[in-house]
Design a protein around this ligand. Structure first.
Ligand SMILES: Cc1cc2nc3c(=O)[nH]c(=O)nc-3n(C[C@H](O)[C@H](O)[C@H](O)COP(=O)(O)O)c2cc1C
Ligand SMILES: O=C(O)C(=O)c1ccccc1
Length: 385
C-alpha cells in the first residue's frame, strides 16, 4: 500500500504555481489571489485587496454567500445547459460580467487591452472603468480585434462630473468607442477611506501611467487621477440630465437602499448594479447578496438587477441568480488574473467561473438559468471559510 506524501494531498498549493507550467494548474479563483499577492508590489496589492476603514463590508460580501446553502432538485436536468444572458440587446455567453476596476496597467503591462481581449475571448461583457489606464477607444478596438467574428460588448463606467461639459466629453468618448451602456457609479459622493492606501502613501499612479480617458478631455489635461471629481452634490437632477443627453442604456451602480431603487426606476434608468463597491466606500454596509431579495422585490421586474461583491465561486453566481439577479460582476478576481498572467490569467479566471457555474447548474438539476429559482437557496449555519 502506498502512502501519499503529506504535501500531495490535493490541497491548493498556489505557492507551487509556475507560470511556465501552464495556467491549467490554477484550479480556483482563490489561487489567483495568492499568486497575485506574491507577484505584486505590496502597495499595489493593498490598493486592490483593500476596502474602507475596518473592511467589515469586504469580508461580509464573501461571508454572505457562505451563509447560504443550495438545495438542488433531482431528475430534471439537461446535458445542454445554455448559460448565456441578453442584457440591453447585447449577449454575454455567461452570467458573469467584468465589473469596472481602475488602473489595470498597475498589474500588467498591457493593462485594459489584456482585459478586453480576455472578455472578448470569453464572450462576456466588460465594463471599462472611467479610471482605466488605456483609453476606452483602444480598449474597444482590442476587444473587436480579439472577438474575430464575434460582437463584443463593452460598457463604460462613469463618475458623473459636476462640470457637465466634462461629463459630456466623457460620454462622447464612450459612445464613439462603441460602448453599449453607461454604468453610472453613484456610491461615491466622496472618496472611500482606504487606510491601507493612507499608510502606504498610495495616492497616485506611477509617472508612466495615466487615466487615459481624462487626457486632453477638453484642453491639455494630463490624465491625472485627481481630475476625477467626486461630488456630494450630485442629485437625481443629474440623472435626469444624463437621460436627456444619451441614448445609451443607463445603469446605476451602487444603489443599495430599496427606496432608492424605486426612485431610480421612476427616473427612467434601464438597469441597476447592486454593489457596495467591493466594500471600498461606506464601511459596514450589508453584503450585497444579503440585500438582494429585498432589492429585487422593490424593483419588481421593472429593470434587470445585477450584483457584484465577493463572487468567487460558481455556487456564488448560482445563488445570486436564484435570488433574482440577471447576472453578476467580478472585480478583484479579474485583477488577480491579470496580475498572475495578463490576458491569459484573466481568461483562465473567466473559464474557471464558467465551468463552475455550468457544473453547479447541472448539480442543481437545472436545465439553464431560468430554472434557478429562490427556493433553491436556504440559510446555512456557519461560514464556508
Ligand atoms: C482595485 C479596484 C478598483 C476599482 N475601481 C472601480 C472604478 O474605477 N469604478 C467603479 O465604479 N468601481 C470600482 N471598483 C469596484 C468594482 O467595480 C466592484 O464593485 C467590486 O470590485 C466588486 O467586488 P469584488 O472585488 O469582491 O468582486 C473597484 C474595485 C477594485 C477592487
Ligand atoms: O479604487 C476604486 O475603488 C475606485 O473606484 C477608483 C475611483 C477613482 C479613481 C480610481 C479608482
Amino acid at each position: 500500500m502506498s502512502v501519499a506524501a503529506p504535501e500531495a494531498n490535493g490541497a491548493a498549493r498556489p505557492e507551487a504555481f509556475d507560470p511556465g507550467s501552464g495556467l491549467e494548474a490554477m484550479l480556483t479563483v482563490r489561487e489567483f489571489e495568492a499568486v497575485a499577492q506574491r507577484k505584486l508590489d505590496p502597495v499595489h496589492y493593498d490598493y486592490i485587496a483593500g476596502g474602507s476603514r475596518d473592511e467589515v463590508t469586504v469580508r461580509a460580501n464573501e461571508d454572505g454567500f457562505g451563509r447560504l446553502s443550495l438545495l438542488p432538485r433531482v431528475l430534471r436536468g439537461s446535458a445542454q445547459r445554455d448559460l448565456s444572458v441578453t442584457l440591453f440587446g447585447g449577449q454575454s455567453s455567461m452570467p458573469v460580467l467584468i465589473s469596472p476596476t481602475a488602473f489595470h496597467r498597475l498589474v500588467c503591462a498591457e493593462g485594459e487591452i489584456a482585459t478586453a481581449r480576455a472578455a472578448a475571448r470569453a464572450g462576456t461583457i466588460m465594463i471599462a472603468s472611467m479610471a482605466s489606464t488605456v483609453a476606452v477607444g483602444e480598449v474597444a478596438a482590442a476587444a473587436r480585434a480579439a472577438a474575430g467574428d464575434g460582437d463584443p460588448t463593452l460598457w463604460f463606467q462613469l463618475y458623473l462630473q459636476p462640470d457637465m461639459d466634462d461629463t459630456t466629453a466623457l460620454i462622447a468618448r464612450a459612445t464613439d468607442a462603441g460602448c453599449r451602456a453607461l454604468v453610472v457609479t453613484v456610491d461615491s459622493p466622496v472618496l472611500g477611506a482606504n487606510e491601507r492606501n493612507q499608510r502606504n502613501n498610495f495616492d497616485d499612479l506611477p509617472p508612466e501611467m495615466a487615466c487615459e480617458n481624462l487626457r486632453n478631455l477638453r484642453g491639455d489635461e494630463p490624465g491625472n487621477v485627481r481630475q476625477i471629481a467626486m461630488s456630494p452634490e450630485l442629485s437625481w437632477e443629474h440623472i435626469d440630465w444624463l437621460r436627456e443627453h444619451t441614448r445609451l442604456p443607463i445603469l446605476l451602480k451602487g444603489v443599495l437602499h430599496p427606496e432608492d431603487a424605486r426612485i431610480a426606476i421612476a427616473h427612467g434608468i434601464d438597469g441597476l448594479l447592486l454593489s457596495n463597491h467591493g466594500g471600498r466606500q461606506l464601511d459596514t454596509v450589508p453584503a450585497t447578496i444579503d440585500l438582494l431579495p429585498e432589492f429585487v422585490a422593490a424593483v419588481d421586474g421593472s429593470v434587470p438587477v445585477l450584483l457584484d461583491g465577493g463572487v468567487r465561486r460558481g455556487t456564488d453566481v448560482v445563488k445570486a441568480l436564484a435570488l433574482g439577479a440577471a447576472a453578476v460582476g467580478v472585480g478583484r478576481p479579474i485583477v488577480w488574473g491579470l496580475a498572475t498572467a495578463g490576458e491569459e490569467g484573466a481568461t483562465r479566471v473567466l473559464e474557471l467561473l464558467r465551468d463552475e457555474v455550468d457544473h453547479t447548474v447541472a448539480l442543481c438539476g437545472a436545465r439553464g438559468l431560468a430554472d434557478l429559482t429562490p427556493d433553491l437557496v436556504r440559510p446555512a449555519a456557519g461560514s464556508r471559510r
